[in-house]
Design a protein around this ligand. Structure first.
Ligand SMILES: NC(=O)CC[C@H](N)C(=O)O
Length: 427
């Protein structure tokens, strides 16, 4: 059987193909000379499978799509406080190249607009790197997100640098407020190099999938940046990634995203997939026209809006049954799936409503594949209260999903590998 996914992607591409509205990025001459008809879309799953349709191996410059990744590198390299001291996280509702600062703090409003991104570039790597070393740090980091060594397009870089009046104005403003402490021109040069890194739609899908996969590149297995950094980056992408179209995007598409003026667009759906598209004609916000249409269609067809999630809590209790009879009867609560706070609350309700008459109570976690911190604490508290009510409590946990369970304060629990081991304990 052939996979259905590439066929679906090809069909979605076809549905947007005839739209030739929008303009190439005119302010960078080399980009204005690009082939406007290129069109591609790709998915990369958190397991590293890539599906695509159209021009997914054509390279183009990453431009502003570098911003969330380089923000991640700066947060990983310097820590949160020094970066947040210099760059805010508030949506600006302004164009990407607005010359503006937060009036109260004097910081650029967020790392997705140029003022923030130019500052963030200067915050990558160790403080004492020279500009060349800093660019190398950035290219190396972007390459780790892509899972292969990325190169730079020197022509696009030179072309943008020769016309970088606006970014230079921004950098000089930043320097005059001491947000930048390095030479303004050198930082713009480094930032422009960062924007000139060549990627394909396939690369961008993998880079987005690395964000979707909590910072671990699904192809190379490398943990590129720590998990808390990824949460920060995805949050900022969600609120600021599409500039002055961010609100429309958040409601219509609902996927943390970032666009670039060469026509690339990425979306990262936490825990699921990275998506990327390429189509060079841009709307008035500087976002790819057909890219936006593609994402709208994908999100609607596939239910990808992050605010639209299945009610996983309801399915957490798979069964609640009695095994055996008489004084040896066991009460078995069989749980399943991923358990977060709402799922744990469901288990509490089940335990309270059952108020098991049986002496021995088993929580069977065999079919649980993840349990977050708050859910683990709630489960252990259930164990503790059951113990205090006079029950003998067992945790069936063959894969140590709750390692070293300690219900504390009078709670007791016996960990076993299967329900059978409770019925007939090994001698
Ligand atoms: N939105 C973008 O992709 C802008 C990136 C471009 N290098 C700039 O700084 O103007």
């Amino acid at each position: 059987m052939r996979s259905v996914i590439p066929d679906y992607l090809a069909e979605v591409l076809e549905s947007v193909e005839s739209d030739t509205s929008g303009e190439l990025a005119g302010y960078i001459p080399e980009l204005a000379a690009a082939d406007p008809d290129r069109l591609g879309v790709a998915f990369a799953t958190v397991e590293g499978v890539v599906y695509g349709a159209g021009d997914i191996d054509i390279e183009f410059t990453i431009q502003s799509i570098s911003k969330p990744f380089v923000y991640a590198l700066a947060l990983a390299d310097r820590g949160f406080d020094p970066v947040l001291a210099k760059v805010g996280v508030e949506p600006s509702g302004e164009a990407f190249n607005e010359i503006s600062l937060e009036s109260d703090t004097g910081r650029p409003r967020n790392p997705m607009i140029n003022a923030g991104a130019i500052t963030v570039h200067s915050l990558t790597g160790a403080e004492d790197l020279n500009p060349t070393e800093r660019v190398e740090r950035v290219v190396h980091g972007l390459s780790a997100f892509a899972g292969r060594r990325l190169e730079m397009d020197e022509r696009v870089c030179a072309s943008e640098m020769g016309n970088a009046h606006r970014n230079l104005a921004i950098a000089h403003m930043l320097r005059s407020h001491n947000v930048l402490t390095d030479d303004a021109r050198a930082v713009v040069d480094g930032y422009t190099r960062q924007c000139s890194v060549l990627v394909s739609t396939r690369d961008l899908a993998v880079m987005a999938a690395t964000l979707a996969n909590r910072g671990m590149n699904p192809l190379s297995g490398e943990q590129v940046v720590p998990e808390p950094v990824v949460r920060q980056v995805l949050s900022v992408m969600f609120s600021c990634g599409m500039y002055d179209a961010a609100g429309d995007w958040a409601t219509q598409v609902g996927i943390p995203a970032k666009s670039g003026v060469a026509g690339g667009l990425i979306g990262a759906l936490p825990g699921q997939i990275g998506i990327a598209s390429f189509s060079p004609r841009l709307d008035t916000h500087g976002n790819s026209v057909r890219g936006v249409s593609l994402f709208e269609r994908l999100s609607a067809d596939m239910g990808l809006h992050v605010m639209e999630v299945p009610a996983t809590a309801r399915a957490v209790v798979r069964s609640n049954r009695v095994v055996g009879s008489g004084p040896n009867a066991l009460r078995v609560l069989e749980l399943q799936g991923g358990i977060g706070f709402a799922g744990a609350e469901r288990v509490v309700r089940e335990a309270v409503a059952t108020s098991p008459p049986e002496n021995r109570v088993v929580l069977d976690l065999t079919r649980v594949y993840s349990i977050d911190d708050v859910a683990r604490r709630v489960l252990l508290e259930i164990v503790r209260r059951l113990t205090l009510d006079g029950h003998e409590v067992y945790l069936v946990d063959p894969e140590s999903i709750v390692p070293d369970p300690d219900p504390g304060d009078g709670g007791r629990v016996t960990v076993v590998g299967s329900v059978e081991q409770v019925i007939t304990p090994p001698h």
